[in-house]
Write a protein that binds this ligand. Structure first.
Ligand code: AMP
Ligand code: GLY
Length: 426
């Protein structure tokens, strides 16, 4: 099988690596890819947001399966174009991707499918926002309704800050916001592979969205992740399939917009049980890096089955017992305007750390085989260990060998879990 992976980040590098390891996969193409992916895949400089360019590339190379990494190509209709060209595609249609693209739409589907989620109110005026904030009380949760790359949400005790954020979002053309009740309890990311009818859950992970240690500073795309979650209840994935993923997939099919791809359930484990915070229509970054590090079952086989409506009766997935941790190395000033163009050194030294490896995100080839930083999140460093403590120690050992001027990373990824400090409130 020949597979085309669309995207440029460390998530896509992880997908390429896992696909290339599947004995049924003979070749992987990445569009546009990055220098890390180029070691395992043939990279093609195609605009991932251009539906015709991506489907044309898939046809030219005679690929059997297209896997779409990020949300933007999905919303742009790349999956629709690929399917229209008669090629199997892992990734939802633009219609189905609205589960991620519109928080209001997601809330509506959750209500119909009776999925447990926080209470929320859709607002289009500042007066409505004031009312909703007063009704729910602090801490205030204010969300931009549209796509904002994980940066559209403000959670704050400060009413002025909540109102300022609402005002900024409402000022955009067609601006709408959702005000929500605050959900207390640790967050979980669960990816569920969907074929439009049937679903197969992956293993839960946790990510770290804020830029600074101790969950301080602005939100980012994600600064690190770990899996498994030693503090989570047993059977969490099966429970979430029964209460969330299957009802949503059934509802999307009933609406005539079947969901094919990854249903990413972002939830909080609150004292009143799991509550969905958001859906994404794709794999999460950096959670994918740790989830795929632990996957033993062949990924190409799984995603092809999902893309062709053949998940029913799929064998249960097999997972490594080991734990995985990833730490994101970010460029100076990320998540603001990151500094780029700096040489990255020490990449080869990572190989001296057992199990550790580097996935590329914002990198580019420089002169004479050097690798340069070219984006906000530059690298995702992954390691395995017999337990979380060992995986974490190795990941940080590896990060310490990498030199990139001005770069920063969180130093507390998985630290509270290792110390046994993460608890589901009772
Ligand atoms: P979202 O873009 O909806 O995933 O929100 C980004 C982050 O904001 C989440 O990962 C949470 O940390 C936080 N968040 C969102 N909604 C809530 C909520 N209702 N209660 C508490 N925290 C929230
Ligand atoms: N790590 C969260 C996301 O991919 O949105």
């Amino acid at each position: 099988m020949k597979v085309l992976v669309v995207g440029t980040g460390a998530r896509e590098h992880a997908l390429v690596t896992a696909l290339a390891a599947d004995p049924d996969v003979d070749a992987v193409i990445a569009a546009p890819g990055n220098p890390g992916m180029a070691l395992r895949a043939h990279c093609e400089p195609v605009d991932p947001l251009d539906p015709d360019a991506v489907s044309g590339l898939a046809r030219r190379h005679g690929v059997d399966l297209v896997v779409i990494g990020p949300e933007a190509p999905l919303v742009a209709g790349v999956a629709d174009a690929v399917r229209a060209a008669g090629i199997a595609c892992y990734g939802p249609s633009a219609q189905a991707a609205r589960l991620e693209g519109s928080k209001a739409f997601a809330k509506e589907v959750m209500a119909t499918a009776e999925v447990p989620t926080g209470m929320g109110r859709l607002c289009t005026t500042l007066d409505e926002v004031r009312d909703a904030l007063a009704a729910f009380g602090a801490p205030f949760v204010v969300k931009d309704d549209g796509l904002a790359a994980g940066k559209g949400v403000v959670v704050t005790d400060d009413l002025t800050e909540a109102l300022d954020h609402a005002e900024r979002c409402l000022a955009k053309p067609g601006g709408r916001i959702v005000v929500e009740e605050f959900l207390d309890g640790p967050e979980v990311s669960l990816f569920v592979v969907c074929d439009g009818t049937d679903v197969v859950p992956l293993t839960p992970a946790q990510d770290f969205k804020r830029v600074g240690d101790g969950d301080t500073g602005p939100n980012t795309g994600g600064m690190g992740a770990y899996s498994p979650l030693p503090w989570a209840p047993d059977h969490l994935a099966d429970d979430l399939v029964a209460r969330v993923a299957q009802p949503v997939v059934t509802e999307m099919a009933r609406r005539g917009t079947p969901f094919v791809g990854t249903l990413f359930i972002g939830l909080a484990l609150t004292s009143r049980g799991p509550r969905v915070i958001e859906f994404n229509a794709r794999f999460g970054d950096p959670e994918t890096q740790v989830v795929l590090a632990r996957l033993l079952s062949p990924l190409g086989h799984l995603l092809y089955a999902a893309a062709t409506g053949a998940l029913q009766g799929h064998p249960r997935l097999r997972w490594r017992e080991e734990s995985a941790v990833t730490v994101v190395v970010a460029a100076e000033d990320y998540p603001g305007t990151p500094r780029t163009g700096d040489p990255i050194e020490g990449l080869a030294d990572v190989e001296e750390v057992p199990t550790a490896y580097v996935l590329h995100a914002g990198t580019a080839n420089g002169p004479d085989g050097t690798v340069l930083s070219s984006g906000g999140r530059v690298l995702s460093v992954v390691a395995l260990g017999a337990d979380l403590a060992e995986a974490r120690g190795r990941a940080y050992d590896a990060v310490g060998r990498i030199r990139l001027d001005g770069s920063h990373h969180r130093s507390d990824i998985a630290a509270r879990a290792v110390r046994g400090e993460v608890e589901v409130p009772s």
